[in-house]
Design a protein around this ligand. Sequence first.
Ligand SMILES: [Zn+2]
Ligand SMILES: [Zn+2]
Length: 176
Amino acid sequence: MIIKVSDIPDEGLHVPIKDERTELEYGGAKLRLAKPFSGFMNVKRASGRRVIVEGSMSVTLILTCSRCLEEFEFDVVESFRDEFFPVEVLNYTEKELSKRELDTLFYARGEIDLSLVYLEKAYLSIPMKPLCREDCRGICPVCGKNLNEGSCGCEVKRVDPRWSALLEIKEKLLKG
Ligand SMILES: [Zn+2]
Ligand SMILES: [Zn+2]
């Protein structure tokens, strides 16, 4: 979705998000989409050759739960307002880059790739440790069964080491 800044009319552009991709590159792997990107963007020119992109987007990603390893659908719904500056306004010494400039998006050769706006929102919304649900019970360390589907009957003795120390003391006291 590349637009030329010089093609944006004074009243701005209303651009529906139409994106056919069915997967995203993510950490060297492919992330499948359960629902494609949709939404809209209002694009307008502002002073100082800035371009302001406002709108909202949604997409449904398929993530893998970090506890039970099952896939689940993850909805991303975001509204946004981003400002693009022409790359020519950049100071070339890195020290002079203010915090604001580091957070700012730039465009080069008079063109903006609008897909960067909503792709970034999707990437930023992916959790470090995705969970299919807040209280996911994970998998049994013995048989590997998904414990969200019920318990497996394995004897998993997980005695807290602090408790076992207390139990020893109690036993000693009882023995006198
Ligand atoms: Zn899970
Ligand atoms: Zn088990």
